[in-house]
Write a protein that binds this ligand. Structure first.
Ligand SMILES: CC(C)(COP(=O)(O)OP(=O)(O)OC[C@H]1O[C@@H](n2cnc3c(N)ncnc32)[C@H](O)[C@@H]1OP(=O)(O)O)[C@@H](O)C(=O)NCCC(=O)NCCS
Length: 240
C-alpha cells in the first residue's frame, strides 16, 4: 500500500506558500487548498470508513465545496462506497478510477535500462522548482529525487521523473513522470523509469498511482512488470 506515501508527496512535500494543508486529523485525513487556483483536494486513506464521512465533513468542511467558493474540488478515497456517497451527495461531475500499482523488489533489482541515443539522463534536483514554481517547495526538493532526460542536440529537457524513498518500509513511490509532447513514443519514459529503478537499493518495492483512463501510462507500467494492487476512487467537481 502507498496511501501514506501519497500523503507525504502531495500534501506535505508539495506544500508551500501557495498550497497549504488546511486540516489533518489524527488518522491522516487531509485536505489542502491551493490559493492561486482556489482548489480543494481531499485524500482519505484506507482506514477511513464511509460511516465516518458525515461526521468528518461536518467537523472539517461544513459545506459543499461550491458553497465555499472553490473552483475545483477533488476527493480521493480507497473506499468505493465513501466515494460513491460523495458522488451522490455532492453532485460530483467526475468519478474516476486510480490504480495503485506495485513492482516487487526482485523485479526492480533486475531492471537494467539504456538511454535512447542522443539523450542523457541526469540528477536534476531543482528542475521542478523552475518548471512549476507555484507547487514545488524546498521540502519537496529535499524529500524527493528528480531525474531529467536531456536532448543532447539542443540541451532541451524532454521529460522528468520524481520519486521519494521510505527506507523504514523499503518502499519507493514514483510521484510523477512526464515526457513533453514532442518527445513522446521514443522510449524516453521507459528509460526514465528504468533509471529511477536502477538507483534503488536491493529489496525495495516500487509503488505508483495512475488513472485507469491513462492507457498509455498503464501499458508502460505493465510492460515494466508492475501489477495493480488496489483501486482508488476519485470524485471531482468544478464550479466555474
Ligand atoms: C505516459 C508518458 C510518460 C509516456 O511517455 P513516452 O516517453 O511517450 O513513453 P515511452 O515512449 O517510453 O513508451 C513506453 C511504453 O509505454 C506505452 N505507451 C506510452 N505511450 C502510449 C500511448 N500513447 N499509447 C499506447 N501505449 C503507450 C507503450 O507500451 C510503450 O512501449 P512501446 O513504445 O514499446 O510500445 C507520456 O505520455 C506523458 O508524459 N503523458 C502525460 C503525463 C502522464 O500521464 N504521466 C503518467 C502519470 S502516472
Amino acid at each position: 500500500m502507498c496511501d501514506d506515501l501519497i500523503v507525504a508527496h502531495f500534501f506535505k512535500a508539495s506544500a508551500n506558500g501557495s498550497t497549504k494543508v488546511l486540516t489533518e486529523t489524527a488518522d491522516a485525513h487531509v485536505f489542502v487548498q491551493n490559493d492561486p487556483l482556489n482548489q480543494l483536494w481531499m485524500f482519505f486513506p484506507g482506514t477511513f470508513q464511509p460511516t465516518e464521512l458525515d461526521d468528518w465533513l461536518s467537523r472539517h468542511l461544513s459545506d459543499h465545496p461550491a458553497g465555499k467558493g472553490f473552483t475545483y474540488w477533488s476527493f480521493t478515497a480507497y473506499n468505493k462506497e465513501t466515494a460513491l456517497k460523495i458522488y451522490k451527495d455532492w453532485s460530483a461531475a467526475t468519478f474516476d478510477v486510480l490504480y495503485e500499482m506495485s513492482l516487487p523488489a526482485a523485479a526492480s533489482g533486475s531492471s537494467h535500462g539504456s538511454c535512447p541515443h542522443a539523450f542523457n539522463i541526469r540528477l536534476d534536483p531543482t528542475f521542478l522548482k523552475s518548471h512549476d514554481p507555484d507547487h514545488i517547495s524546498e521540502a519537496f526538493i529535499k524529500a524527493e529525487t528528480t531525474f531529467t532526460i536531456v536532448d543532447e542536440h539542443n540541451g532541451h529537457i524532454a521529460g522528468f521523473v520524481t520519486f521519494l524513498v521510505d527506507d523504514d518500509t523499503k518502499r519507493i513511490y514514483i510521484s510523477s513522470i512526464e515526457v513533453f509532447p514532442s518527445y513522446r513514443r521514443r522510449g524516453l519514459a521507459k528509460a526514465l523509469m528504468k533509471r529511477a529503478l536502477e538507483s534503488q537499493k536491493e529489496g525495495y518495492t516500487i509503488w505508483l498511482t495512475v488513472f485507469a483512463e491513462n492507457m498509455g501510462a498503464v501499458a508502460m507500467y505493465f510492460g515494466l512488470g508492475f501489477s495493480i494492487h488496489r483501486c482508488l476512487w476519485v470524485v471531482g467537481g468544478a464550479n466555474p
